[in-house]
Design a protein around this ligand. Structure first.
Ligand SMILES: Cc1cc2nc3c(=O)[nH]c(=O)nc-3n(C[C@H](O)[C@H](O)[C@H](O)COP(=O)(O)OP(=O)(O)OC[C@H]3O[C@@H](n4cnc5c(N)ncnc54)[C@H](O)[C@@H]3O)c2cc1C
Length: 407
């Protein structure tokens, strides 16, 4: 009788658990080495505790990587439909809201338990409080070092996560392991994170939430446009549209670029229509005080700031103030600029960009330098938009590596 293939999995997060289940189902003898005292700590925090675990709308441009084609082929190898069926087969009902999938009961712990119970059923060995510090090939065996202990496997899958939310266990040690093995690594940066801005007056408009379109501009060149519910905070800007463009912002900030966010608070109005609206308003309401003239356009706090920035005074009569200043006031409603000078960092980020360079991994995410070692999940240079895309990457890459490592 041939011996079972021994597969070691470093890190019991989303990708690690999926890789373990897949490899065990293929008949491999699987061991998970996890540094925490439990599996899947980060999953509990996902989707505000509701776990948005995938999304019906899937496109390669929902992701960012230096090798998008390879990432996309992995995502197609285990698609959204397969993800939903997989969790159904583990006994978990799911629900879809505008394309976003959640466990039907909206509890992340339910999805985690479905994975944990299956790991138990399959007899997968889980060793807790084992922080792996080294991996090396020793003849046919791959040795995994963990403090004083050493383990030997036929195949190893590194699923240690990236650098985001280090309190959950992912402190970038997977990237260190990859570097030790001689893998090329794309420098990491926080992504899906709030952005900090230079302007002191952010405090004056903190707390406002509104629909807006944000254009990120670096050295005068527009990089990306996002629309959605913007949140203004005392340190800068947050909300889904900011999360979506934050990875690009953080990558630019690392290059020391001058970065600004131009905010359009009236994205449904063209510049031309907005100018016409301004002219009409001036015709009919120029006997009002500036403050009254502004009432009803945007949030009061925002208009008060724009009055100040335009050099106007709220108690002056509109017909008696400079026309140029009134035009500036209208212009600010569609072109308000904040200078971005940082982010809230890995502590607050939902994911990290960068990581193990996909170009040095095979289609099955096996190292081209150290055959037998695979990488899956956030440790790899792939991250997605908000909306279930990052967990989908964890499921797809976990599945592909588990399947091939067990062969
Ligand atoms: C607050 C928050 C909300 C999120 N919400 C969503 C969401 O709703 N939808 C979505 O798609 N994505 C979401 N994400 C992102 C998503 O959770 C991650 O992309 C995904 O969990 C990454 O899975 P992973 O298995 O690669 O890494 P992780 O989940 O980070 O797991 C890595 C595991 O490896 C262990 N480990 C690390 N180093 C070692 C070592 N040296 N030795 C042994 N073990 C080690 C860690 O303890 C951890 O258990 C969210 C993230 C955060 C922080």
């Amino acid at each position: 009788m041939s011996e079972k293939r021994k597969v070691g999995i470093i890190g019991g997060g989303a990708a690690g658990m999926m890789a373990a289940i897949t490899a065990a189902r293929q008949g491999a003898e699987v061991t998970i080495l996890e540094r925490n005292d439990r599996l899947g700590k980060k999953i509990l925090a996902t989707g505000n505790g509701k776990c948005n675990f995938t999304n019906r709308v899937m496109d390669k441009y929902c992701y960012d990587s230096e090798d998008l084609e390879k990432a996309w082929s992995v995502l197609q190898a285990f698609s959204v439909t397969e993800t939903v069926s997989f969790f159904e087969s583990l006994g978990m009902l799911s629900k879809e809201k505008n394309g976003y999938f959640y466990p039907a009961c909206e509890q992340a712990s339910v999805l985690l338990d479905a994975l944990r119970f299956t790991i138990d059923d399959l007899g997968i060995r889980v060793l807790y409080e084992r922080k792996v510090s080294g991996i090396k090939r020793d003849g046919k065996i791959i040795k995994v070092l963990c403090g004083e202990e050493a383990f030997g496997f036929d195949k190893v899958i590194v699923t240690c996560g990236g650098k985001a939310a280090p309190k959950t266990g992912s402190d970038g040690s997977g990237i260190k392991l990859a570097r030790q093995l001689g893998q090329a690594v794309i420098p990491s940066y926080p992504a899906l994170v709030q952005l900090r801005c230079e302007e002191d007056y952010c405090k004056a408009i903190a707390g406002i939430r509104c629909d807006a379109e944000i254009t990120l501009i670096s050295g005068g060149v527009p990089l990306v446009v996002e629309r959605g519910e913007l949140q203004l905070t005392d340190y800068g800007i947050s909300g889904i549209p900011i999360f979506q463009l934050s990875g690009i912002a953080c990558r630019e900030l690392a290059k020391d670029s001058s970065l600004r966010a131009e905010i359009d608070f009236l994205p449904d109005w063209s510049d031309k229509d907005w100018r016409r609206f301004g002219e009409k308003r001036l015709k009919h309401m120029s006997q009002r005080r500036v403050e009254e003239f502004c009432n009803g356009i945007l949030n009061k706090k925002l208009m008060q700031l724009f009055i100040k920035l335009s050099g106007l005074k709220g108690d002056k009569i509109v017909s008696q103030v400079s026309r140029e200043k009134v035009e500036t006031l209208f212009y600010l409603c569609k072109h308000f600029v904040l200078h971005v000078n940082g982010s809230n960092g890995y502590e607050q980020a939902q994911v990290s960009g960068g990581g193990v360079d996909l170009r040095e991994l095979s289609e099955n995410l096996e190292s081209l330098k150290v055959p037998g070692v695979y990488f899956a999940g956030e440790v790899v240079d792939v991250y997605g938009r908000c909306g279930g895309y990052n967990l989908q990457w964890a499921w797809s890459s976990g599945y592909v590596t588990g399947l091939h490592a067990a062969k």
